[in-house]
Design a protein around this ligand. Structure first.
Ligand SMILES: [Zn+2]
Length: 293
């Protein structure tokens, strides 16, 4: 259990749908598992935070995977989440770091690059998938998710994401919000919201000040306008396991498994998402071969 959680809310009598998340411990877990350097921690943490909130929009056993590929030095960022507050993620090059940018912030845009796309694949159950993609705007990720919602899901949104890193590379604070205009919202509400968002304190500052997810939504939308619906605990969690990778080894085919037995005298698999390692002995591989025949 962690102290991280997501808040789901409505505002302006249901014209606005809002999510806000505190993800400090989940991002810390990713930082520890992947040894990310500060700029990479921010990029991965922002992506995981957005993915987690998008997961909270799903139902039941549905889940989604977000891939950000801007052809920058960090490589790809991959995160996935389910509807129950579980998230995991990794980046191609976790030891990516640059000096602070000209506004004194971690230079996520430089690490991610902006020559590419943000792609979302939703597993909506019964082998049915929804897939959407939009070009990256800046690689800063908040803007990129905002653009994704407008372009790919036709939902005007505002996405704010923030990750603060301590001098020792640990995560000081992480979180964010997604605010979405629902169909049929009044022009007046949309205009008011735009004005608020254009003038609001940067989300990283709100997180640094220790605001809870509820308080972040009150800050953005006005406390009197917000109706909190649900509060869901969240955490970094990976569903990998010994059996799963054994299945993957099976998929490599007989010849490959024989060479693992004869040349390597066993096999080791490492999970991209959580870095857990799984060992397979010669005899276990032999048993697998026998089952396959
Ligand atoms: Zn794993």
């Amino acid at each position: 259990m962690t102290n991280d959680y997501i808040v789901k809310a409505l505002a302006y009598g249901g014209q606005i749908r809002a999510y806000s998340a505190l993800t400090t411990e989940s991002v810390q877990e990713a930082q520890t598992r992947h040894y990310t350097w500060p700029t990479a921690s921010a990029a991965l943490g922002r992506t995981m935070t957005a993915t987690l909130m998008m997961g909270a929009m799903l139902k039941g056993e549905q889940k989604l995977t977000v891939t950000v590929d801007g052809q920058g030095p960090i490589g790809k960022i991959i995160a996935d989440a389910d509807a129950n507050g579980h998230v995991r993620g990794y980046v191609t090059n976790p030891q990516t770091h640059f000096p602070l940018n000209n506004v004194g912030k971690l230079d996520v845009g430089r690490a991610v690059g902006s020559n590419g796309a943000l792609t979302v694949v939703k597993d909506v159950g019964l082998k049915d998938y929804f897939s959407g993609s939009s070009p990256l705007v800046s690689g800063e990720l908040g803007d990129d998710f905002t653009y994704y919602f407008a372009k790919s899901e036709q939902t005007p949104s505002s996405v704010g994401l923030g990750v603060l890193v301590n001098p020792d590379n640990s995560i000081k604070a992480a979180g964010g919000f997604i605010i979405q205009v629902m169909p049929g919202a009044e022009e007046e509400t949309i205009n008011k919201l735009e004005e608020v968002i254009n003038n609001m304190t940067p989300v990283s500052k709100l997180i640094d000040q220790g605001l809870t997810p509820e308080e972040i939504l009150f800050e953005v939308l006005g406390e009197d306008n917000v109706q909190i619906l649900e509060n869901m605990p969240t955490s970094f969690e990976c569903n990998c396991g010994h059996e799963k990778f054994l299945n993957a080894i099976k998929g490599l085919g007989q010849a490959e498994i024989e060479s693992m037995i004869n040349e390597d005298h066993g096999a080791e698999a490492e999970c991209h998402f959580c870095r857990n390692k799984y060992q397979y002995s010669e005899s276990e591989l032999q048993e697998l071969l026998e089952k396959m025949q």
